[in-house]
Write a protein that binds this ligand. Structure first.
Ligand code: SF4
Length: 581
């Protein structure tokens, strides 16, 4: 029933052909993050730039996808246009289950299509179809057209890019099934460089469930914990936007390009406000009974006197912070309108919001002029930001093209590096303190989800460098096994190591179940080794001055502590990535 090898489809866009590859290593790298790094070692080229046609775009799922709830993510791995290093981005939707039904553990896309195309993959189907007429179209038009061209809702998953990916923005995302994204580090530009507008996964096969007595019992137990206890309640109820008011209350929410860490006007964009005024419904990734995706709406007048259309817009804490508090936008509907505008262009909302926050302050300070920004950026001015988002996505002039490669690149050219809110990439929505800043700046994905540094900051007032760094390394190690299972990280409280071992055993992965700690350790090292091989130097990472100027509920940021954490974490990363495997 289960197989110990990985079944991977490798597609060459240059020839339009593909082949199935059988790869050993299930007991060593599990799947997801571990499999992605293994595939990059096999197909990636550390010595060539990110947009070289030979570079692979990799998608992987895990051994429990389809067998247990919330094993619902797909790992996307690539050489990033943001820093030309190995990177990972994760997304849910129907992606993972569609790959499972298509009987694939991994999909690797290499080469460059001669003309704009999409790849269609099913359990017995591979097609590279030319779709030049969709090049230049936004995500909404592209999605609508691809859905019509390839019917099969439910088991079908569609990945697509917008204008930002086509023009090579390092902030371009890959949209997954409309409401989910491979958001960060520019995976959308990798598709663009390959002339790949869309990927359609047709989950048109079947797979048998384990016939053991243990499996249904265990499934019930896990399902019950997810639905009948309060372990996941916060994610369904207000969802991650609950953090907006909490962080504002403890002076840890980035506001107006992190010039403030709280604001009295935040009432207009709290999770409670979004739920009361804008929430239409909840949605869930396939195979998830929790449903943390909150969907609000925007209304648009398309004709006088009273003709409106409305669109459904998903919201979370991160987008609310990025185009809400960070841009001084304190109205829930205006925030939704901006999320909608950014999403349409195929830009990552977090990166775009933080980039424009920097540009707004730079304009205020006279470092930039309207010659560069084209519009008079002003905190709180939603219509102007809407135009700016379009300029950013389409690379309207030299300034926006450079900004699209990363805020720090633009700041290095125009000035204003000291207030660029960049921690490896544009910051996430937590100004909790030193441990989080270091964890994002040096973390593997430069993501708030690499480890819970933000939570460590909130629980610890003592300043013990080795304890804090040990926490970051240990937490990342646990998470890397979860992401190799492709578990949604919101379920980390449910999927303890013991539960994961039982789940693996129940479907037949006994050896892997017995060696979770050792496998986690070796995947963590493998990922760092891969990252370092593509040029990452953790000792060279700098943290801009703005992060040392803020005050949280714990007081002023301690620069000495921040520096010591950075040095020790860099040392540990170099140790983990040593070439000794
Ligand atoms: S909890 Fe949310 S993100 Fe996680 S699998 Fe469920 S719907 Fe998707």
């Amino acid at each position: 029933m289960i197989r110990n090898h990985f079944r991977v489809l490798v597609v060459d866009l240059g020839t339009g052909r593909g082949s199935f590859v059988s790869l050993e290593g299930r007991d060593a790298v599990a799947g997801g993050s571990g499999l992605a790094a293994t595939l990059f070692a096999k197909y990636g080229r550390a010595d060539k730039p990110w947009d070289d046609p030979a570079q692979p775009l990799i998608f992987t799922i895990g051994p429990l996808t389809g067998y247990f709830p919330l094993m619902s993510k797909t790992v996307c791995a690539f050489k990033s246009p943001y820093h030309d290093q190995y990177a990972e981005s994760h997304a849910g939707g129907r992606s993972a289950l569609a790959l499972r039904f298509a009987d694939l553990d991994g999909l690797v896309i290499t080469g460059r299509a001669e003309r704009p195309s999409c790849v269609v993959v099913g359990s017995r189907r591979l097609e590279v179809k030319e779709i030049h007429y969709l090049w230049g179209m936004d995500l909404q038009v592209t999605g609508k057209t691809l859905r019509r061209m390839f019917p099969g809702g439910g088991h079908r998953s569609i990945f697509r890019i917008g204008p930002a990916g086509e023009q090579g923005s390092a902030m371009a995302c890959i949209n997954v099934d409309t409401n989910r994204h491979f958001g960060r580090l520019g995976a959308g530009a990798v598709m663009g460089a390959k002339h790949l507008k869309g990927i359609v996964i047709l989950g048109d096969g079947i797979f048998p469930l384990p016939g053991t007595k243990e499996y249904p019992k265990l499934f019930q137990e896990v399902y019950r914990k997810l639905t009948d206890t309060d372990m996941m309640d916060k994610y369904h109820n207000l969802g991650t936007p609950i953090n907006v008011a909490v962080l504002n209350g403890i002076r840890a929410l980035p506001v107006r390009n992190l010039q403030q860490t709280s604001d009295d006007a935040l009432d207009g964009i709290t999770g409670e406000r979004f739920a009361d005024d804008t929430l239409l419904r909840h949605m869930a990734c396939a195979g998830c009974p929790v449903g943390c995706i909150h969907v609000g709406f925007v209304r648009e007048k398309f004709m006088e006197p009273n003709q409106y259309l409305y669109r459904q817009v998903p919201y979370d804490h991160e987008p609310i912070f990025a185009v809400g508090s960070m841009l001084g936008m304190m109205d829930a509907f205006k925030v939704l309108a901006l999320i909608d505008a950014v999403d349409k262009q195929g830009l990552d909302v977090m990166s775009a919001g933080v980039a424009l926050a920097w540009a707004t302050e730079a304009l205020e300070k006279g470092i930039l002029s309207e010659n560069e920004t084209l519009v008079p950026l002003k905190f709180g001015d939603e219509p102007t930001y809407r135009q700016a988002m379009q300029h950013l996505a389409t690379g309207a002039n030299e300034f926006y093209r450079l900004l699209g490669q990363g805020t720090m690149k633009a700041a290095a050219y125009y000035g204003g590096t000291e207030f660029a809110c960049v921690l490896g990439q544009e910051m996430a929505g937590y100004a909790t303190g030193e441990v989080f800043f270091v964890s994002q700046a040096l973390g593997f994905r430069h993501s708030h989800l690499d480890s819970s540094g933000y939570s460590y900051d909130q629980k610890h007032t003592e300043k013990n460098v080795s304890d804090a760094v040990e926490f970051l390394v240990r937490d990342e190690r646990e998470r890397v096994f979860l992401t190799s299972m492709v578990a949604c990280l919101f379920a980390r409280g449910v999927y303890s190591e013991a539960v994961l071992a039982d789940c693996l055993r129940s479907v037949g992965y006994t050896t892997l179940a017995e060696s979770i700690a050792a496998v986690s350790n070796s995947i963590q090292k493998l990922r760092w080794k891969t990252r370092l091989a593509t040029g990452f130097d953790p000792r060279a990472v700098t943290i801009p001055k703005r992060f040392t100027e803020i005050t949280t509920w714990k007081g002023k940021i301690d620069e000495g502590y921040l520096g010591a954490l950075k040095e020790e974490y860099a040392r540990r990363i170099l140790e983990m990535g040593k070439d000794e495997m």
